[in-house]
Design a protein around this ligand. Structure first.
Ligand SMILES: Cc1ncc(COP(=O)(O)O)c(C=O)c1O
Length: 450
């Protein structure tokens, strides 16, 4: 076997055959750096990245400031004061950017998702299948409608919903699937849409992390019946707190407007029960002030991500997020990888993360446990409301089906970079990330000293 010329599969085979140490010698450091013989920074060596700063996030420039000042002086601070205020203008521009006919802006991604659940008439006694590996806002949007969030397990490599497990969890009460495009990368939407069609289910895409990402020629959020986004500060389009719903069905989008406007339609009639979830004009001013640069930053993140993936792919035990066929681009809100400790002398992920951090690269374990392990489950199973809405038999089966073993593994193995700012860095910054990981890999026999 030529150790200097191994592809990834051969590397993995070599690892399981116990020849990993010999193989590792053949991996070059990136850029102009050599890691050979360099002591880990956490053990007193020089860090790979001495300047630890990254492009800051959230992004701001003079155009955002001007936009907020203009709104302040206009005295139009609330969306219903003017049809040409910042919120209606942002809605038009965002819909255009996403390639849909309509957008309704909300105060958060959670509000956007809940508005969709209500607008689709989903409520007490209904079930919605979604992921345990997500922000709590995803399930909150189902719970506040008094529907039952049914959590399906993940594909271990993509961290997305496993469509087969989704299909297994469909019952006669299931009304919708809420796929979550984790890390800003597409779920297996081909399969999910097929399942939805077969079982006559609605699809609400949780694209809260996935601005502008494309799958099989469509932007995420435009494939299902409705798509939802978050503009919370950390997201790649951000205004502090904010959200948006996109869609092409005029009647349904009008319903979303009515629901989010305390049940009051555009014509001013109060028609249904609904919360007040309107985005305010200052949030939209911040969003409008940044839209011009959004596409360029999106492209830059995608280029940097592709470069970083090409550098990481030969490091044993580090596996970048699996992307489904048809993935053309991602938002890269998060750059995610799996850490396989068996390739790092069995060192726990916490030691790996500490060592990487000392090299000047901050990786995070992200979600520590899936939502299937959080106390809300007991809360609803013991609540008067859910006991009234669902039979004892259904709730017993619900409890039995809670385990999501792949999600548990993903939570244990995840190592990710908050990427909104860092992936706007230079090529040297990407080299720095790859070199830090490689250096730790090459010193894996020292990780027990940490
Ligand atoms: C996947 C996902 N869904 C839903 C939400 C909720 O969005 P928001 O925080 O704007 O309410 C988030 C926010 O982080 C998210 O990442």
């Amino acid at each position: 076997m030529d150790k200097n010329n191994l592809n990834r599969r051969q590397l993995l085979a070599a690892a399981s055959a116990g020849t990993l140490a010999a193989v590792s010698r053949s991996i070059p450091a990136y850029g102009n750096i050599s890691n050979k013989g360099r002591k880990l920074a956490i053990l007193g060596g020089e860090p790979v990245r001495k300047n630890k700063s990254w492009p800051g996030w959230p992004y701001w420039d003079q155009s955002i400031i001007d936009s907020v000042v203009k709104t302040t002086k206009s005295r139009i601070w609330c969306r219903i004061q003017s049809k040409s205020g910042t919120v209606p203008t942002f809605e038009k521009k965002f819909a255009q950017m996403m390639g849909t006919k309509f957008c309704v802006a909300t105060g958060s991604g959670t509000q956007a998702l809940h508005t969709c659940v209500e607008a689709l008439g989903i409520g007490a006694g209904d079930e919605v299948i979604t992921s345990p590996y997500t922000d709590p806002g995803t399930i909150a949007s189902i719970l506040v409608a008094r529907a039952l969030p049914v959590l399906a397990d993940l594909d271990r490599q993509s961290y997305q919903l496993d469509p087969d497990d989704v299909e297994k969890r469909i019952t006669e009460n299931t009304k919708a699937i809420m796929p979550v495009h984790m890390m800003g990368q597409p779920c297996d939407m081909g399969r999910i849409m097929e399942i939805a069609k077969k079982h006559n289910l609605k699809v609400i895409e949780d694209a809260c992390q996935a601005h502008l990402a494309e799958y099989q020629g469509s932007k995420l959020g435009t494939i299902g019946d409705l798509g939802c986004f978050s503009f919370q500060s950390s997201k790649t389009i951000a205004c502090g707190e904010g959200g948006g719903i996109i869609g092409n069905d005029e009647q349904l989008m009008d319903k979303c407007y009515t629901v989010h406007n305390h049940g009051t339609s555009r014509a001013g009639r109060t028609e249904v029960a609904g919360p007040k979830y309107r985005m305010n004009e200052f949030e939209a001013a911040v969003l409008l002030g940044q839209l011009d640069g959004v596409q360029e930053r999106f492209s830059r993140r995608n280029q940097n991500a592709a470069y970083l993936t090409s550098k990481l792919k030969d490091i044993p035990g580090i596996v970048s997020q699996k992307l489904y066929e048809g993935t053309a681009s991602g938002s890269f809100y998060i750059y995610a990888m799996t850490y396989r400790k068996e390739y790092f002398n069995g060192a726990d992920r916490s030691k790996f993360l500490k060592a990487i951090s000392a090299e000047g690269v901050s990786l995070s374990p992200y979600i520590r446990q899936g939502l299937h392990k959080e106390p809300w489950i007991e809360h609803i199973l013991n609540s008067k409301v859910y006991k009234k809405m669902f039979s004892k038999k259904r709730l017993t089966r619900y409890r039995d089906q809670i385990p999501c073993p792949n999600c548990d593994k993903v939570c244990q193995e995840m190592a990710m970079i908050w990427a909104s700012g860092p992936l706007l860095g230079k090529k040297e910054d990407m080299d720095g990330i790859a070199n830090a990981i490689l250096k730790v890999y090459e010193n894996r026999d020292k990780l027990h000293l940490i």
